[in-house]
Design a protein around this ligand. Sequence first.
Ligand code: NAD
Length: 486
Amino acid sequence: MSFKLDENLLLPLAGNWVRGEGPDMPLFNPADGSQMGVLKTASVAQVKTTIAAAKAAFATSGWATMNPHLRANCLFDAVDLIKQRADHLALLQTKENGKTLTESKGQVASAAGIVRYFAAVCETLTEDIAPARGSYLTATMHEPYGVVAAITPWNSPLTMAAQKIAPALAAGNAVILKPSELTSIVSIELVRCFIDAGLPEGLLSVLPGGPDVGNAITNHPDIHMISFTGGTETGRRIAEAVAPRFIPTIFELGGKSPNIVFADANLDAAAKGVTSAIFGSGGQSCVAGSRLFVEAPIYDDFMERVKTETAKIKVGDPMDGSSNIGPMASFSQRERVENYVQIGRDDGGKVTIGGTRPSGADYEQGAYYLPTIIENLSHSSRVCQEEIFGSVLCALPFDNLDHVAEMADDTAFGLACGIWSKDVTRAWNLGRRLQAGSVWINTYKQLSIAAPFGGYKDSGLGREKGLQGLRAYQQSKSIYLGGFTS
Ligand code: NAD
């Protein structure tokens, strides 16, 4: 029997659970194409009342001025609720975006860890006192901005939302979450954990809907900060819209990350690492290692190893524990991937594995696509330059360190990179040289909530995570207290 979502799902808006008054949005399960239900989205009028309520909650609820350790209590309670509801949250994410249930369970645990981290940071927050330069005390205080709009994509809705909601609330702000159209339900259920943990009414709301809802939020004068994760072109549109208001923004955008393999690398480990770097989550990861550069003398041998690893990947029902990857998150996402593979072929690329949908009755109804490797392309080709956000790896040989450094940085993006070599000094120096916000040496996609994350160039602006991930949601005020005699 196909999975059904709760048709009567209410939205947490302005301190109440209410019915959305915007257009109906049908929701499809990418694993089998079935319609899971219809979400009543928020209307533009509801955007206005919700932001007004958030502004009022920020001004009057006492959250902004509450001692941080008391705000932490509420966040710790939210952690407990996320853990208690882990199975439900994981199931919803898998049904909405096709991630395997195993991965979704991992992401629920990760979301709980993110909230716990920012609750702990909140507990230990300090204000600053600068060294005296006269007979006055200089204290620098950190204050919230007001109403923060958090806008998230569909690929990892639980962790992306937790990564914004937790630090923004910990910093004392009110938050409006605008989730992706594809993953509204799981986002609402995550927010329910925060609300049930006892947040003041109206402080946190979810406004599901399409770009019209997004536009109405970002153009509203009472939004005091925007934290956006999504595509580079959407980010650019938002940046243009908010520039005249001088409000702070965080942009976590797209990527086309290089994975570089030198001849002296541990080739078994590198082949496994390169394969999971691109094909994990079906390539629908901002940091996916989508451009592979292999030192020329080992190119043929190494590509055989990568193809052997790729052939082991089991594409299948995301609910089945033996599946490594599920379908693409939507049918339009699969179409995008198929279009890019065709462009690659037209540009002279040679598809050496995949390049098609899997065959068989199990796959017919879902948005499945096989992990695909394209070789023989010029690095200037579209497939090597544009973010596909799907399970497509392009592979190229390189001659020497300068050659690969030049190619790796020859992209508009700068989110991440991987380097595989036993010569750690060379790898370290190359990592320092490349334009990327995260560098992995002899590993890939290891992420710590304690380390800042973000992109160079068109991959973004600002950083999330880490201590500065909380400070990003605050502005500082320096107070000079005079009257001292020495
Ligand atoms: P998207 O840009 O299409 O949408 C992201 C969000 O923005 C959605 O909620 C969408 O409804 C909203 N939106 C669209 N138009 C808007 C507008 N005019 N005003 C306000 N909001 C608007 O991205 P997507 O397809 O959901 O996600 C995939 C993209 O996200 C990829 O490019 C991927 O690299 C990127 N991503 C980046 C990171 C990171 O940390 N750098 C992480 C995950 C995903």
